[in-house]
Design a binder for this molecule. Structure first.
Ligand SMILES: Cc1ncc(COP(=O)(O)O)c(C=O)c1O
Length: 399
């Protein structure tokens, strides 16, 4: 009998949707360069046009407002780097008045690290704190905005704890103070409705592999009229906003993935909310000293971040892996590092809670039986690790 496999790491990446795979296999025959005038180029170009329409319609934008990039990380790097453009040769001349970035301490490293790097180039960066659930404080944002126009970059939903920010209110506040608003919506798009017009967003990052599409493809929404500056120069592709021959196959897969998501997302959301409640109750009833991280309501339905003080997250991950269950500790990009998650520490939880946390992220393939299996296995694993550990439940050394 094949060993049981339960994939609960969909925030790290998602498997290709079968319909996406089928579309990409067909598209492999189309090898032309979308910039070429001949029939081979035209065939590729028309598929890219179709995919652009699909991505645009999924977030309520116009196709010409979508720039395909190499990843969600590249999209956000592009946005933050606009402020550091020394030349002001492109569409970014209007950016002179923005000399500051306002972001948060819980962003993905693609925003955090870029902001830190840019702060070395005479651009002021303010990292907003968050409350115990991972929400920013509007008063703190407003205080910063009052000091002058800024580029505000705040993620829609957090990849580790799932907390969803009040994006509409943040965008409104940013615009009230003449600032630009960017959101890293890599974890939100495809899980909750995101409409750039309704939310009044200027710039938004998204990624193919989080929505059952291929890896190595991302997109950036740039609202018409927003000052812009390419990160990668040297070609007319993407209307001069991102040089380099298009990743045609990736773009086609991404377009198909969002087309399929539009049909699947609403029912899936309800199903996963039900699973999450059952999983939470099942763990709470069978494990003592347990703490759930993230906002109790404003949270992605698929994401459950939980701390088991007295058990190391890495040990939990390894024991669950032996039982066929794949989860993560912190974000995938941070794995390999034993530093506690910057997101969890920002919410103010004690360090031993941060060390003993795992992220369970469900997806379209998650079944009710998977939830039963987790409720059966996780309590046994925690009990075993806590028994072996020298750390008492609730913290403190045994000796
Ligand atoms: C919130 C968030 N932003 C950005 C990224 C990076 O996306 P990509 O892997 O496409 O670079 C991730 C991936 O984990 C993410 O969770």
């Amino acid at each position: 009998m094949e060993a049981r496999k339960v994939y609960m790491d969909n925030n790290a990446t998602t498997p290709l949707h079968p319909q996406v795979k089928e579309e990409m296999i067909k598209a492999m025959e189309v090898f032309g360069n979308p910039s070429s005038m001949h029939q081979f180029g035209r065939a590729a170009r028309s598929m890219v046009i179709e995919a652009r329409q699909s991505v645009a319609s999924f977030i309520g934008s116009k196709p010409e407002e979508i720039v395909f990039t190499g990843s969600g990380s590249e999209s956000s790097n592009t946005v933050l780097s606009i402020l550091a453009c020394p030349a002001r040769l492109c569409d970014c001349s209007g950016l002179g008045k923005f000399s500051k970035i306002i972001t948060t301490t819980i962003e993905h490293p693609c925003v955090l690290e870029t902001a830190k790097c840019i702060s070395q180039r005479d651009i002021e960066v303010k990292f907003l704190s968050v409350d115990q659930y991972g929400k920013i404080r509007m008063e703190e944002l407003e205080e910063e905005l009052k000091k002058g126009p800024a580029l505000v970059s705040i993620m829609t939903a957090n990849n580790e704890i799932g907390t969803i920010q009040d994006i509409k209110q943040i965008a409104r506040l940013s615009h009230k103070y003449d600032s630009l608003f960017h959101t890293d919506a890599v974890q939100a798009v495809g899980k909750i409705p995101v409409d750039v017009n309704d939310l009044d967003i200027d710039l938004l990052s998204l990624s193919g592999h989080k929505v059952y599409g291929p890896k190595g493809i991302g997109a950036l929404y740039v609202k018409k009229g927003t000052p812009f500056c390419p990160l990668i120069r040297g070609g007319h592709q993407e209307s001069g906003r991102r040089a380099g021959t298009e990743n045609t196959l990736g773009i086609i897969g991404f377009g198909k993935a969002l087309q399929v998501r539009a049909n699947e997302m609403p029912a899936e959301h309800e199903r996963l909310l039900g699973y999450k409640k059952r999983l939470k109750d099942g763990l709470k009833n069978n494990i003592e000293d347990i703490h759930f991280n993230g906002h109790p309501q404003d949270c992605l339905a698929n994401t459950l971040n939980v701390s088991f003080p007295g058990a190391e997250g890495e040990s939990i991950l390894l024991y669950l892996d032996l039982a066929g269950i794949a989860v993560s500790t912190g974000s995938a990009c941070a794995s390999g590092s034993l530093d506690p998650s910057h997101v969890l520490l920002s919410t103010g939880i004690p360090i031993e809670y941060a060390h003993g946390s795992i992220r369970i992220s469900m997806g379209r393939d998650t079944t009710s039986e998977d939830i039963d299996y987790m409720i059966e296995v996780i309590p046994k694993v925690i009990q075993k690790i806590r028994k072996m550990s020298t750390v008492k439940i609730g913290g403190g050394k045994n000796e």
